[in-house]
Design a protein around this ligand. Structure first.
Ligand code: FEO
Ligand code: CA
Ligand code: CA
Ligand code: CA
Length: 650
């Protein structure tokens, strides 16, 4: 470890490997070297993690749940700043364009966005989203040093290039691609202040060109095979990584959400499968297909099947090959929240974030073994995927997506289990699952076994003509503010297939003249809940993603910028903890185990109400975080601490 990271990075970046077989050959070579290293016990992550006895796989609940929120609420804000309560400090670091920390390759950010595509590949990507903290050393519960793995969800070409999309080229496509993916950075608290460690042996950027291996029933499937990868076993990269998960064996789960926005079918001959996932004749402004033909599905019809998965990354080993786990289904994955069941299987809860899409869970076939990391790293390769039906009487069922059962047969278009997974949405349609109001994050209560909460961000088409009407789980027509639903697995057991559910809160604006939009929030108002996570004390944190076209206007008039709030389920009171800069969404939640440091992400500060930013006037909406001389707004991680060194939220 520690030596040739620049070289390794270049080796894993398969951008320039364009002939058909070089791609698989590199994969095989890297994999066999991995096997040798693991056999020799040289893997950085060979040690075991301690057992975590808790209802949440990653949060070691100790003592009793916090009874009260100790901070003073912050008001709605339209200030171009991150505002936190009195007694707290918030500071931006690891901004888009900052070096990730690879030895010998740490280019500085250029405020006119003139960094090259190669430089972008070793710098923070754009639009930080989901994030997890892993204590260092590996397996410890230390709170002063660790790794942050985080997603860079998408790009704003108006900010990414000095001249925006003018003079569009293959190199611009490359830079745009290199601004997406994942960062792994090392962070430590030094003289009371958190810093990025540079260089770090762990530093890594993963992009849409990083080699990945497929696992599960769809790996090797004929519908996964391309000219580039004739056996359907390896994929070039990951993209549109939204929210995340974390496993108790110390890996990061990144979730591919709006990947269909990048593909294009210029002939207009979209297949039913492409239509179901939203691939169209034109794409959503990324322009990659103009110079990278794998995003043109007239050329590469199976390439989209290789996206829409949950990817597992070992952040402790920058040489590791990320795995796309097809057992967890293919859709617009938001996040992946894991619990350990009473029988020691793992259950992973996942939302498909689009209007009228579903909530899923995966239950592993094999059992989690606290002291066998190599075994645990195979758990997500085999198991059963279920989709949720919420009955109107407050009960619910998990319906298995298993080939041959309940109409998932060849006659209905599912030749085998691989095809069930590639066409997860269509399979869920057949089973009669409940169409939800855009499922975003899911979080497991660390104090109640089998208790899960999910944000349903909004759905302004609920009840509209020709669209599904309300049901008990999605009870409002024109649901502009969203709600939070929760369920309790039968006997608290994530491996069981029945549950009971209720609605925690209907978000809203008490100032609205429309009763339907007022909500039933006790405490501070919010709308469009998205990020959601319990901390170590059982406090539930909620982050909002009101779109830039709606912030502080229309139904959201008077509510200011996006925000983060806290609640304790027993009291049901929501209290506003943070407000965001102009145009930004608040996302990403990672606490250190002592609950004294909170990392969040500010995504897309400066986003205009429509489209990308204006390259001629990049600071038009926001100057956060660097002010007028900073060149452009930059997504960034924000570290939040309490000035008295105390516990966040106390
Ligand atoms: Fe990328 Fe559903 O948020
Ligand atoms: Ca989100
Ligand atoms: Ca959202
Ligand atoms: Ca968003």
């Amino acid at each position: 470890m520690g030596k040739p990271l620049a070289r390794l990075h270049a080796e894993h970046d398969i951008t320039n490997q364009s002939d058909n077989y070089a791609f698989s050959q590199i994969a095989e070579r890297l994999l066999s070297r991995r096997r040798v290293l693991q056999g020799m016990g040289l893997s950085a992550a060979a040690a075991a993690l301690p057992t975590l006895a808790s209802a949440n796989a990653n949060i070691k609940a100790t003592g009793v749940r916090a009874k009260t929120l100790g901070f003073k609420s912050v008001p709605f804000s339209t200030e171009d700043a991150v505002i936190v309560p009195e007694g707290y400090t918030a500071r931006a670091f690891y901004k888009w364009g900052d070096a990730v920390g690879i030895a010998g390759n740490m280019p500085a950010f250029k405020t006119d966005a003139s960094n090259s595509s190669d430089e972008q590949a070793v710098q923070a990507g754009m639009h930080h989203d989901g994030m997890a903290f892993f204590s260092l050393p590996f397996g410890s519960q230390k709170s002063n040093r660790g790794l942050l793995a985080m997603n860079h969800e998408y790009v704003d070409n108006g900010l990414l290039f000095t001249d925006g999309t003018a003079n569009w080229s293959a190199d611009k496509v490359r830079k745009s691609q290199n601004a997406m993916g994942i960062s792994v950075i090392e962070v430590r608290k030094h003289n009371g202040e958190w810093q990025v460690v540079r260089p770090s042996q762990f530093a890594r950027r993963i992009t849409p060109h990083t080699l990945m291996a497929l696992t599960g029933p769809a790996a090797g499937h004929t519908q996964m095979q391309t000219a580039d990868d004739p056996r359907g076993l390896y994929v070039r990269g990951t993209m549109q990584n939204c929210a995340n998960g974390k496993t108790p064996w110390g890996t990061y789960l990144t979730c591919e959400e709006n990947w269909s926005d990048i593909f294009v079918r210029p002939s207009g001959n979209m297949t039913d499968n492409e239509k179901r996932y939203g691939i169209g004749k034109s794409e959503d402004g990324y322009l990659w297909s103009q110079f990278d033909t794998r995003f043109n599905t007239d050329n590469t019809p199976n390439e989209p099947n290789r996206f829409g998965w949950v990817v597992e990354i070992d952040p402790f080993d920058p040489e590791s090959i990320p795995k796309k786990h097809t057992s967890l289904g293919r859709f617009k994955h938001e996040g992946a929240e894991m619990i350990i069941t009473p029988s020691n299987q793992v259950a992973v809860y996942m939302g498909d974030d689009q209007r009228f899409e579903y909530i899923y869970k995966f239950v592993s076939k094999d059992k989690y073994k606290p002291n066998d990391r190599a075994h645990n790293m195979k758990l997500l390769s085999e198991g059963t995927l279920y989709v949720a039906r919420f009955n109107d009487d407050g009960t619910g069922e998990w319906l298995p997506l298993v080939h041959g059962q309940n109409g998932l047969t060849a006659e209905n278009g599912f030749a085998d289990q691989g095809e069930v997974l590639i066409k997860t949405r269509q399979a869920a349609d057949v089973l009669g699952a409940t169409k939800m109001d855009r499922p975003e994050w899911i979080s497991a209560d660390p104090f109640v076994k089998g208790s899960l909460y999910c944000t349903l961000t909004n759905n302004n088409q609920r009840g509209a003509e020709g669209k599904p009407d309300v049901d008990a789980a999605n009870p409002r027509k024109d649901n502009r503010f969203g709600h939070i639903i929760r369920w309790l697995e039968q006997d608290g057991d994530g491996a069981k297939t029945r549950f009971s559910w209720d609605i925690l809160v209907l978000a809203g604006n008490k100032m609205s003249t429309k009763k339907n939009h007022q909500g039933n929030i006790k405490g501070d108002d919010f709308g469009s809940p998205d990020g959601l996570a319990f901390d170590y004390r059982g406090v539930l944190w909620v982050q909002t993603d009101v779109s830039a076209s709606t912030i502080n206007i229309k139904d959201y008039a008077g509510m200011g910028n996006n925000q983060m709030l806290a609640t304790i389920p027993e009291t049901g009171e929501f209290r506003r903890f943070l407000t965001a800069p102009n145009g930004a969404e608040v996302t990403g939640i990672a606490f250190t185990p002592d609950n004294k440091t909170l990392f969040i992400n500010i995504q897309h500060p400066g986003e205009p109400a429509t489209g990308d930013s204006d390259p001629a006037n990049p600071l038009a909406v926001s100057m956060w975080p660097d002010g007028p001389n900073g060149g452009r707004p930059r997504a960034a991680t924000v570290v939040i601490t309490k000035d008295d060194g105390g516990v966040i939220g106390s």
